[in-house]
Design a protein around this ligand. Structure first.
Ligand code: CA
Length: 342
């Protein structure tokens, strides 16, 4: 653990059994001079073996992972595992309590705050602790996201930061083990090195994740996908026995996400009318959305089209939109020679 971090864990990561408590993230404010932000953590350990680190609430308005990890921490019998499971169901706690993407305390977007700063804002301190104290303990990190308040995803597992190397191969194996109906790889992501994925790349630790649902609510089918996937990753790592594997209802459809032509952005401020839905296969030039202008009702709506063929992975949910908002992004089928070989 880096001495630079001022965060104090209430759990002993080396002790066997089930421990629950908080990461004490000290935050001195008018109403609480010496107080701390209590970031909940559950650690289950049984002897030597691999360590899995599961995170949800990296964005506070993404709920499937928060519920699945809380449930796992309560019901998993530490005597049944081999190794260690570290669970952080509400990582950016102030954001999770507020049901917001970012922390209301410092407006920090945790997944754009890595590698963090031990003396920075609460969100930056949290990022620093996760990257330098928690990630290095892990053999695999799973960061459970959904689309948040503004996007709705086709419930998917994802392998961001994919590269065609040995780590990439292990990532694809973990993605297959997760057992989601849809999964995608992405060579780059918009958060770049500032995400938890970036932290895992820097620390040389394998990471996978999800984009489960979104629209600021919890999708029951996506929750089932996350529960099954988390369980199956524990089996994949050998932390749970093979007999615990939950068979997915169908084989995983594996997609890849590429460059700017995979995205459709709002070109104007207005009211957005979606013309495609997540899960739909669309063609290049197919209508994606109409933008309407109630403030200047005599102005004709603007028609936006998809730039390429693909499967709609997510769409924007709020009707009001501004120029630059992401309205859709696509995934495409992976060729026989693996991701990005086409
Ligand atoms: Ca997210």
């Amino acid at each position: 653990m880096p001495s630079a971090s001022r965060i104090v864990p209430e759990v002993d990561f080396d002790r066997d059994g089930r421990q629950v408590g908080f990461l004490r993230l000290f935050h001195s404010v008018h109403a609480s001079a010496y107080g701390f932000i209590p970031v909940p953590i559950m650690v289950l350990k049984n002897g030597a073996g691999p360590t899995a680190l599961f995170v949800a609430g990296n964005h506070g308005d993404e709920y499937e992972g928060q519920v699945a990890l809380a449930d796992l921490g309560r019901r998993l019998d530490p005597a049944r595992i081999r190794g260690r499971v570290i669970l952080l169901p509400a990582l950016n706690l102030p954001a999770a309590v507020a049901g917001r993407r970012t922390s209301p305390i410092d407006e920090g977007n945790l997944n754009r705050s890595f590698p963090g700063d031990p003396n920075g804002t609460p969100t930056q301190q949290l990022a620093y602790y996760v990257e330098h104290a928690l990630v290095p303990m892990a053999d695999l990190v799973c960061d459970l996201h959904s689309g948040g308040s503004s996007l709705m995803y086709l419930p998917s597992a994802q392998l961001p930061g994919y590269r065609p190397d040995e780590r990439g191969e292990r990532g694809l194996a973990a993605l297959a083990a997760f057992g989601a109906e849809t999964a995608y790889v992405a060579a780059a992501n918009q958060g770049g090195d500032q995400t938890l994925t970036g932290a895992c790349l820097r620390q040389g630790v394998l990471s996978v994740g999800t984009e489960a649902g979104g629209a600021g609510h919890l999708t029951p089918a996506a929750l089932r996908m996350v529960e099954r996937g988390v369980n199956n990753l524990l089996v994949h790592l050998g932390i749970l026995p093979e007999s615990d594997r939950i068979a997915p209802p169908q084989p995983t459809r594996l997609l890849e996400v590429g460059g700017p032509d995979y995205y459709v952005y709002a070109s104007e401020n207005g009211v957005y009318e979606p013309l495609a839905e997540p899960g739909e296969t669309v063609l290049a030039g197919q209508p994606a959305a109409r933008l309407h202008f109630p403030e200047t009702p005599w102005a004709e709506p603007v028609l936006l089209t998809f730039h390429r063929k693909g499967v709609v992975l997510c769409k924007r949910m709020p009707g009001r939109t501004m120029r630059g908002d992401c309205l859709f992004h696509l995934g495409t089928e992976i060729g026989p020679n693996g991701p990005y070989s086409g």
